[in-house]
Design a protein around this ligand. Structure first.
Ligand code: BG6
Ligand code: MG
Length: 218
């Protein structure tokens, strides 16, 4: 039986993936790297891994020292932090506040498995921090998504087995991680991009307990 839900943040609870895409796009342009689908490619990918992907795309991975790479990642984050400055409860994706309230009322465990070091800031800005007392600190991870580590740790925070958990993701890398952790994956977004998910919804307004229960029994 399902007893807990392990949430991604960016692109699931709030639409910050477009800000990540914008900030990475700015950096890629500056570096002269042409990266079609950059926005989808960086979804779920940690800050340093995303930088490495962009550098590799441009064949630039050996052109920068570790210190210079840190500076590039910091530059992207400074731009990103600027973009999220004015976020508030209005930026919660449709239906997600109600879904969280339903889960809490029904007694399900709720955990956060976001790769973002900005996650606590964003949760506070949109006023959902009280739901997420159990969040995996991405700084403690050995491996980022698509590795299952963050989702396994999310289940552990809930004192549950992975099989008792549903993971929600908008990223292909995230769905891979949920599946490898042995949780039931819910993909939110383009069903072609998220074809590996056990359950697909095209947008967050479809994410309800009733729809999930129906999909699991159907
Ligand atoms: C994920 C986003 O949630 O967090 C990625 O989908 C992002 O695009 C990653 O790169 C890391 O975020 P941050 O805020 O730590 O740079
Ligand atoms: Mg995401």
């Amino acid at each position: 039986d399902i007893k807990g839900f392990v949430f991604d943040l960016d692109g699931v609870i709030t639409d910050t993936s477009r800000y990540h895409a914008q900030a990475w796009g700015q950096l890629a342009t500056k570096l002269g790297v042409d990266y079609p689908n950059l926005g989808d490619a960086v979804k779920g990918i940690s800050r340093m891994d995303a930088l490495e992907m962009i550098l590799q795309k441009g064949g630039l991975e050996n052109n920068y020292t570790a210190t210079e790479k840190e500076a590039l990642a910091t530059e992207k984050n400074t731009n990103y932090v600027q973009l999220i400055q004015n976020m508030s409860a209005k930026d919660i994706l449709p239906g997600m506040a109600a879904f969280l309230a339903d889960l809490k009322r029904e007694g399900y465990g709720i955990a956060l498995a976001s790769a973002s070091k900005n996650a606590p800031t964003i949760l506070a800005k949109i006023g959902l921090q009280d739901y997420f007392t159990k969040t995996v600190d991405p700084a403690t991870l050995q491996h980022g998504k698509p590795d299952p580590e963050i989702f396994i740790k999310g289940a552990q925070l809930l004192d549950l087995m992975p099989a008792q958990c549903i993971g929600l993701e908008d990223a292909a890398a995230g769905i891979a991680g949920i599946n490898a952790a042995g949780e039931t994956s819910v993909g939110i977004g383009d069903p072609q991009l998220l074809h590996a998910a056990a359950i697909n919804f095209t947008d967050t307004s479809q994410v309800t307990l009733a729809n999930i229960q129906q999909a699991m029994n159907g």
